[in-house]
Design a protein around this ligand. Sequence first.
Ligand code: HEC
Ligand code: HEC
Ligand code: HEC
Ligand code: HEC
Ligand code: HEC
Length: 177
Amino acid sequence: MGVTLAVAMAVVWNGAAAQEQDGTQEQDGTAAAGPLDAVTPGEQPIAFSHARHVEQAGVDCQFCHAYARRGPVAGIPSVERCVGCHRSILTERPEIAKVLDYWERETPIPWIRIHNLPDYVRFSHKAHVRTGIDCAECHGDVGRMDIAAQVESLSMGWCVDCHTAREASRDCLVCHY
Ligand code: HEC
Ligand code: HEC
Ligand code: HEC
Ligand code: HEC
Ligand code: HEC
């Protein structure tokens, strides 16, 4: 709300020193070339590969991230969505056995989250997806990645540059509470 923005604005006016104390500022907005944030191989509870599902099996992003067009979050698919296919596909593989085990225990798969904006930022997938911006413009070519990684800084400058280019609002209160 208003109070949060006032506090946040004080941070900006205090400059770089204040930024360093802010644990959320770990990404350097200039490094767009390589992955900024990713999990190391083996760190996710299941060795899930986007490339195998999107590029090889041809599954659409929004089949799994079904809320992207409808709400603020894109959503991570439930175990039920995985089991819809893996009840019968590759059931003998160890990684699929793990998926089926989560299903039997009625336990969600504890995926490690990669993208994470600070709480004082307002972002919604719906407006962006509906206006025709492709997932890849903000997420890179996830469909070819074995391990999903963050490729854009998600800094304020990154958001504002595109808003300027596409004549979308740059009002502080559009993006801040
Ligand atoms: C078969 C289901 C499936 C499909 C299809 C799929 N994803 Fe995913 N996606 C997942 C799962 C499961 C995760 C969580 C595990 C991980 O990070 O790899 C995930 C994670 C992600 C993340 C990282 C989320 C975070 O933690 O920040 C992004 C971004 C993403 N997907 C984008 C896409 C895009 C873009 C496409 C289409 C090119 C796509 N996904 C297709 C299942 C899917
Ligand atoms: C639309 C059907 C479909 C859905 C939904 C789906 N998968 Fe798959 N999955 C496949 C197919 C097809 C392959 C084989 C792809 C290839 O390599 O050509 C596969 C391969 C895999 C593999 C590799 C298995 C191995 O060892 O070879 C894993 C692990 C996996 N899926 C996990 C998941 C998880 C976790 C989910 C839910 C987030 C999920 N899948 C959702 C169809 C699906
Ligand atoms: C305008 C840029 C933009 C576009 C377009 C976009 N995303 Fe995102 N996405 C983001 C940002 C920013 C976050 C981090 C949000 C947060 O931390 O609150 C994110 C987070 C995610 C996440 C993890 C958290 C969540 O929201 O569930 C997934 C999965 C994801 N995006 C998938 C997709 C898919 C699939 C598409 C295309 C249908 C897509 N995104 C289109 C910017 C975008
Ligand atoms: C690739 C271009 C692009 C990027 C990157 C982008 N936006 Fe946007 N954003 C747009 C466009 C275009 C609109 C206007 C959509 C419309 O008019 O329906 C918009 C609209 C919005 C809205 C208004 C949503 C609504 O409900 O009306 C918010 C909030 C927003 N963006 C936040 C962000 C934030 C926060 C980021 C960075 C994390 C970001 N955007 C990054 C292009 C972008
Ligand atoms: C299009 C979206 C967008 C707009 C418009 C926007 N911001 Fe931001 N702002 C962000 C994002 C995203 C972050 C988080 C950046 C990060 O984590 O690196 C942020 C961060 C901030 C911060 C914290 C910076 C820090 O270093 O901790 C302040 C203060 C701030 N914004 C003030 C403003 C003010 C004042 C305006 C209006 C002039 C404004 N913002 C307009 C998206 C936006």
